[in-house]
Design a protein around this ligand. Structure first.
Ligand code: NDP
Length: 248
């Protein structure tokens, strides 16, 4: 338990695996009431059941971040179930890496829709709630790809550069009492490489992830650090890499 996190209502997008799941489990163990959203409802149900059987509080609902209505309903689940929303973690993301001249245009669109529009929908759904209360916090999960670009990660990095810009702009525009945090993970254990459709790139990514990854808990602890600060402390940016990740 952490008295600075206890009883906060924290909604997490993409909570069905990887980093989102770790954030949900870690914050719930610190006493937060967590609301889990993603498309794979069976996974969310199992994670919420685990949290509840460990004595925590969790709700879950199906969520497609590419749809504004779905995001608005997700925020409403937090309000209906727990009476308030303190933190929205915009974590859902996809990373189908490919070379530009493979023209996987549908995958470019998917990255824009989930990684950028998903975060914008989170802002549209939660900012009115936070502004009404003059209180609240966004935690946007980007990537070290929000400041680095290399072959095959061009579109993915572009989406994360965009979210970094959005996050800093949101920080400046958001009303009093609203905090905005960006957490940029390096290579982290998760299912992210599964979204790569090119078999060679997928194998390379999985090998890289196996050789040099953080546990998703390391990112969850970074989120907990930002959330647990006193209300007048706005942790704006945390970049968390495995110690062995030097070149990107
Ligand atoms: P995972 O693939 O394990 O998790 C991605 C999550 O996003 C899943 O819960 C998935 O749930 C959800 N998601 C995907 N599309 C949608 C959608 N349309 N609506 C709602 N949820 C969706 O990967 P990670 O945990 O690694 O990814 C989490 C975040 O961390 C991403 O933003 C990623 O870019 C970022 N990141 C990850 C790094 C890593 O090395 N793992 C490094 C840097 C950043 P479902 O399929 O059930 O909808």
């Amino acid at each position: 338990m952490n008295p600075s996190i206890e009883n906060k209502v924290i909604a997490i997008t993409g909570a069905s695996s990887g980093i989102g799941e770790a954030i949900a489990r870690h914050l719930a163990a610190q006493g937060a009431k967590v609301v889990l959203g993603a498309r794979r409802i069976d996974k969310l149900e199992a994670i919420a059941a685990d949290i509840q059987s460990a004595g925590g509080e969790a709700a879950f609902t199906t969520l497609d971040v590419t749809q504004l209505d779905s995001m608005t309903a997700f925020v409403q689940v937090a309000l209906n179930t727990f009476g308030k929303l303190d933190v929205l973690v915009n974590n859902a993301g996809v990373m189908p890496l490919s070379y530009l001249n493979n023209y996987k245009v549908n995958e470019w669109h998917q990255m824009v829709d989930v990684n950028i529009k998903g975060v914008l929908h989170g802002i549209a759904a939660a900012l009115p709630v936070f502004e009404r209360n003059s209180s609240g916090q966004f935690v946007n999960i980007t990537s070290v790809g929000d400041r680095w670009v290399g072959p095959t990660s061009v579109v993915y990095s572009a989406t994360k550069f965009a979210v970094r810009a959005l996050t800093d702009g949101l920080r400046q525009e958001a009303g009093p009492g609203i905090r905005v945090t960006l957490v940029a993970p390096g290579a982290t254990e998760s299912e992210l490489a599964e979204s790569i459709s090119d078999p060679v790139l997928k194998k390379q990514a999985i090998e890289l992830f196996r050789s040099t990854t953080l546990s998703a808990n390391a990112i969850a602890r970074a989120v907990a650090f930002a959330v647990s600060q006193p209300d007048d402390v706005d942790v704006n940016e945390l970049v968390v890499r495995p110690i062995t990740q030097k070149n990107f």
